[in-house]
Design a binder for this molecule. Structure first.
Ligand code: HDE
Length: 753
């Protein structure tokens, strides 16, 4: 770059970037205008065989988010401009009165840039602030028009684009992903009859029965208002103070302390609509419905010690997992299940279907699978899409309707209301990610940030000047068909009698868990209440649990070092319904159908490793869709036993044990000796073992197990179903067994040994 300044010019007027001109101007031949890919019939489906989407490639099927192409922007190859399109000559220096003088007020370029920056942030969501999202589509397996006229179910094979956001509830936008919390599971269907938002959670019940209590619940669980502690945690006094004074939360607390609240991945959780909804067909006939999302990948969770460590090692653990799976073409999938029942059936249930603290057990009403959702495209821009997406329970379409669930009724108001302040006005439906794909015509006008240019004189109805348009859709439009009991004549503040049974389904959940899951619940209560500083709150909690199960209450009381107090008084004298265990409520009931796909496997190795067996195992795991990584105390290359070189992909320090689903210890005496000397490597093995993950020791790798004190058989003499020692060179049988264990995820038996 020319440094010779003309007389009077600043000496560095033409100074190149410190890294040369390349960092400041496009490379030769790179200045052509960028075309924005638009999915057409011929490109649709093209990417199904491709290992990667993202990066603007049109996705499979109905081109999820294809409607967003019109607003996608890409600066590559383009010159820099202001927001007014004025080309910017110098993006390094503000305009000054002389090189050492003050900045000129007239530098509109600087001022525009700084002003925009100053206003970059919008308020985070008051709850569910931390989240991640992806595009995809829902495909109906069948024509459900006999039950509902909802557009996505109109025909077998029909595809409807979706945008799905997963979230935690309590933490702030930058909090860690793996905290103990409920996960949001919000789906926006862009149907051809308008947008339908199914705003659910990964737990099928809720803490409270009435919207009136929601601000109290959230104030109790959020960081305490005097010192803003703790972040993204329910383990503090105000939360447990509140919930132990609200016994209706007992059932939810059982789920909240279960492994459901620490999922392995967004891809491995169920989703639930929670409330009872109605499905309505074209004849106006209604049935009740509960929505279930069932992950094809199976349901898998973390263990608590691991979740806590991941929060430090990779706070973006779930965000990264979702992103990487989609980039790798391992598209997450969920089947949609419906529990459909009539009012007559509902009248026979021992609980009220309007009570969001109750499930409808699958033994009572089986779940019918009616379609599948596939997420196959990452957002292009986190803010524009994931942050600005506005889910509202009020967004339903013909064929779906509410019920009188008093929690749902309050939500119908809350979501639209909150978007108005979060997104700055009533036109948030015009933000591209929120805009319906279905055509939109009405007489709503104006407001902050209005985009649409409504033509003509007429913004009222009825009108003759506009030919009566837009006209009412009549029978083709949304109609409310409340099959629910008619509202009583007198307005009341109160609850139906059956809402007062707070414990039977909490007990149902408890007796449906495997021993390992029960132990985790006891431990979680102990942990949470250990953080509570007020002894009376601990006692109150145990008195609630005493109504659920004596073993549970005793286990928690023991952990807290207190006696089990008298059970909390019951809110109803009616005899409690009796439930049999429901195996479907155990996480272990759904191992999933994707085997070891996307499971992360560390192959620990050092110098002197047996390269041939390492590479064989690596290739084998990769071929089955797992994600093996050569992990070593140091980066660079390892010199193998045979003199060849093995690339280290990542250091132990950068990716500790908790970030992997399993570990293989590579063979080779020197390699194993190097690992033995490394404290991180020793910890790695201990933690994999403690977290019940599969471990495969190849050849001399077993010496590392011995070194860290891991028994190769369980105390009772049984083989550990997740620990495999393969003879040198004979990895095959061991590897097969290891992969089977990896598909099953964990061996919880270890916790009892
Ligand atoms: Fe929400 N909830 N909620 N909630 N909720 C919000 O809306 C609210 C409830 C859920 O990814 C807010 O856009 C009330 C149950 C999800 O953007 C707010 C009540 C269930 C998300 C709100 C509930 C949910 C939210 C905050 C009780 C499971 C994130 C920001 C009457 C069925 C959606 C926003 C996303 C978000 C209110 C209870 C799920 C304030 C008043 C029950 C998944 O409107």
């Amino acid at each position: 770059g020319g440094q010779q300044a003309a007389a009077g010019m600043p000496f560095n007027a033409n100074k190149p970037g410190e890294h040369g001109d390349a960092s400041r101007s496009p490379q030769a031949g790179k200045t052509c205008p960028v075309s924005h890919p638009v999915a057409t019939a011929s490109t649709v489906g093209e990417t199904s065989a491709s290992p990667k989407t993202g990066g603007g490639v049109p996705p499979v099927g109905v081109c999820p988010a294809g409607h967003l192409d019109r607003v996608r922007a890409d600066g590559s190859g383009q010159r820099l401009t202001t927001n007014q399109g004025v080309p910017v000559a110098d993006n390094q220096n503000s305009l000054k009165v002389g090189l050492r003088g003050p900045t000129a007020m007239e530098d509109f370029i600087l001022r525009e840039k700084i002003t925009h920056f100053d206003h970059e942030r919008i308020p985070e969501r008051v709850v569910h602030a931390r989240g991640s999202a992806a595009h995809g589509y829902f495909e109906s397996y069948q024509d459900l028009s006999a039950i509902t006229r909802a557009a996505p179910f109109a025909a077998a094979g029909k595809r409807t684009p979706v945008f799905v956001r997963f979230s935690t509830v309590a933490g702030e936008r930058g909090s860690a992903d793996t905290v103990r919390d409920v996960r949001g599971f919000a789906v926006k269907f862009y149907t051809d009859e308008g947008n339908w938002d199914l705003v659910g959670n990964n737990i099928p019940v809720f803490f409270i029965q009435d919207a009136m209590k929601f601000p109290d619940l959230i104030h109790a669980v959020k960081p305490e208002p005097n010192n803003a502690i703790p972040q993204a945690a329910s383990a503090h006094d105000t939360f447990w103070d509140f919930v132990t004074l609200m016994p209706e939360s007992t059932h939810m607390l059982m789920w909240h302390t279960s492994d459901r609240a620490i999922p392995r991945s967004y891809r491995t959780m169920q989703g639930f609509g929670v409330h009872t909804f109605q499905l309505v067909n074209a004849n106006g006939e209604a049935v009740f419905c509960k929505f279930h999302w069932q992950p094809v990948q199976g349901t898998h969770s973390l263990v608590w010690d691991e979740a806590a460590k991941i929060a430090g090692a990779d706070p973006d653990f779930h965000r990264r997992d979702l992103w990487e799976a989609i980039e790798a073409g391992a598209y997450p999938e969920w089947e949609l299940g419906l529990q459909i029942f009539t009012e007559e059936q509902a009248d026979q249930f021992p609980f009220d279907i309007l009570d969001p603290t109750k499930i409808v057990p699958e033994e009572l009403v089986p779940v019918q699978v009616v379609g599948k959702m596939t997420l196959n495209r990452n957002p292009d821009n986190f803010f524009a899409e994931t942050e600005q997406v506005a889910f509202c329970t009020a967004h339903i379409i013909p064929g779906i309707d509410f019920t009188n669930d008093p929690l749902l009724q309050g939500r119908i108001h809350s979501y639209v209301d909150t978007q108005i302040s979060r997104l700055g006005g009533p036109n948030f439906h015009e933000i591209p990610i929120n805009a319906p794909v279905a055509p939109l015509h009405n007489n709503q006008r104006d407001g902050m940030h209005r985009q649409a240019i409504a033509r003509g004189r007429v913004a009222y109805e009825p009108n003759s000047l506009g030919g009566g348009c837009p006209f009412q859709a009549g029978m083709a439009g949304f109609q409310t068909v409340f099959k629910m009991p008619q509202p009583p004549e007198d307005k009341v503040r109160g609850k139906p009698e059956l809402f007062a049974d707070h414990y039977s389904q909490a007990r149902l959940f408890w007796i449906s868990q495997t021993p390992a899951e029960q132990a985790h619940i006891v431990n979680a209560f102990r942990f949470e209440l250990s953080k509570v500083q007020t002894p009376a709150i601990r006692v109150r909690l145990v008195s609630m649990l005493a109504n659920v199960d004596p073993i549970l209450a005793e286990g928690v009381a023991q952990g807290l070092g207190i006696e089990v107090p008298a059970p909390m008084p019951l809110a109803t004298q009616a005899p409690p319904p009796h439930y049999h265990p429901s195996p479907a409520l155990s996480l272990l009931a759904r191992p999933g159908a994707t085997g070891i796909k996307t499971r992360k496997v560390a192959i620990l190795a050092g110098h002197g490793v047996d390269a041939a067996s390492l590479q064989a195992v690596y290739a084998d795991l990769l071929a089955e869709g797992a994600a093996p990584r050569v992990v070593s105390p140091q980066l660079g290359q390892l010199v193998a036993y045979d003199g060849s070189r093995v690339d280290v992909e990542v250091s132990i320090e950068a990716t500790p044990a908790v970030l992997y689903d399993a570990v293989v210890i590579a063979d080779g005496a020197a390699s194993v000796a190097m690992l033995m000397r490394d404290p991180d490597a020793r910890d790695f093995i201990r933690q994999q073992y403690r977290h019940c993950k599969p471990v495969l020791a190849l050849g001399e790798g077993k010496d590392l197990l011995e070194k860290v004190g891991i028994p190769t058989a369980m105390d009772n003499g049984d083989a550990d179903a997740g620990l495999f020692v393969a003879a040198a060179g004979g990895a095959d049988a061991g590897l097969q067994a290891f992969k089977q264990a990896l598909a099953g995820h964990r061996n919880f038996q270890r916790e009892f040994d």
